[in-house]
Design a protein around this ligand. Structure first.
Ligand SMILES: CC(C)=CCC/C(C)=C/COP(=O)(O)OP(=O)(O)O
Ligand SMILES: C=C(C)CCOP(=O)(O)OP(=O)(O)O
Ligand SMILES: [Mg+2]
Ligand SMILES: [Mg+2]
Length: 302
């Protein structure tokens, strides 16, 4: 595990460097919004989505890592935009994220909204540009793989994915929530992008539809467990460790996995879903680092 921690910190900074290259240079008339976009992404974050994409690519025997970079950056941009908007006064109204002031607190609410818009659009610009580049070289197979990955990412981020999950989450704030509704919210607001990370890594490596299905299933279990753990940490951690306010769910009168099922079941289900994910993954192949990463996610403290 110590070796894993070292590798994790190295890989996280590698991914930081990869993402940075796709961010805008803050200058000209759009300097302020570009600074807000850069600030939001560069504030930090665990980078687990691009990391999962990269490690799944390796698991599926991908051989040219660089082809994945625009898609890794795009997924982190989409994730970051979602956090910037989630923190807005109209939604969770949080002042801290990733150990720093939230984007709207630092740049104003107008630029919190615009920075999110800018990041979401930049994600598609980045993926389309990679697809166009492959088309120009005449590599039809690459165009097919890249466009299939972009299609999955777009769907999982959209109204039948993350946006849909967040919408029900917002609608049921201050209202009672049943198990089926909580399931829908967890599967979509958090699970969908994690599913996209696993699937896009596999698709770009060239895996077939059966493996893509297994990767989606893996992503579902990890994503769900990840959100349960987020609910647990909201009541057990501290702002210093988390980098974002604790007890945010309680303040917003939100039903969480912990309030609905209790802490004991929350802990157990996190562990069980993570084991399920590892079992599915093992039917595809072996990547020790990815397996350690999954185990780390349920034991994480931030
Ligand atoms: C379309 C949008 C805006 C999507 C946001 C999706 C999302 C997972 C937000 C964070 O959830 P959370 O509020 O439970 O987590 P945190 O504790 O990190 O704020
Ligand atoms: C989906 C959820 C629970 C929001 C936070 O995601 P992360 O915990 O991955 O946030 P960062 O590390 O990217 O800040
Ligand atoms: Mg929220
Ligand atoms: Mg929130």
């Amino acid at each position: 595990m110590n070796n894993f921690k070292e590798q994790l910190s190295k890989e996280t900074s590698c991914i930081d460097n990869i993402i940075e290259k796709y961010l805008p240079e803050a200058k000209g008339h759009a300097e302020y919004i570009k600074s807000a976009m850069d600030y939001s992404v560069e504030a930090g974050g665990k980078r687990i989505r691009p990391m999962i994409m990269l490690e799944t690519y390796k698991l599926c025997n991908g051989t040219n890592e660089e082809e994945l970079y625009p898609f890794m950056a795009a997924l982190e941009m989409i994730h970051t935009y979602s956090l910037v908007h989630d923190d807005l006064p109209a939604m969770d109204n949080d002042d801290y994220r990733r150990g720093k002031l939230t984007t709207h607190k630092k740049f104003g609410e107008d630029f919190g909204i615009l920075a999110g818009d800018g990041l979401l659009n930049l994600a598609y610009e980045t993926m389309l540009s990679a697809i166009h580049k492959a088309a120009k070289t005449g590599d039809a197979q690459a165009v097919l793989r890249y466009s299939a990955a972009a299609d999955v990412i777009a769907n999982k981020a959209g109204v039948d994915g993350m946006v849909g999950g967040q919408s029900l989450d917002v609608m049921l704030t201050d209202k009672p929530m049943n198990e089926e509704q909580l399931d829908y919210i967890f599967r979509l607001k958090t699970g969908a992008l994690i599913e996209a990370a696993f699937m896009a890594g596999g698709i770009i490596a060239g895996c077939d539809e059966n493996v893509t299905k297994l990767l989606e299933e893996t992503g579902y279990n990890i994503g769900f467990a990840f959100q349960i753990k987020d609910d647990i940490l909201d009541v057990t951690s501290t702002q210093e460790v988390l980098g974002k306010p604790v007890l945010s769910d309680e303040r917003n009168n939100k039903t969480t996995y912990v309030t609905l099922y209790g802490m004991e079941k929350a802990e157990k289900d996190t562990a069980d879903m993570s084991v399920k994910a590892l079992e599915t993954l093992k039917t595809i192949g072996h990547n020790e680092y990815l397996e350690d990463l999954i185990t780390m996610l349920i034991h994480r403290d931030r």
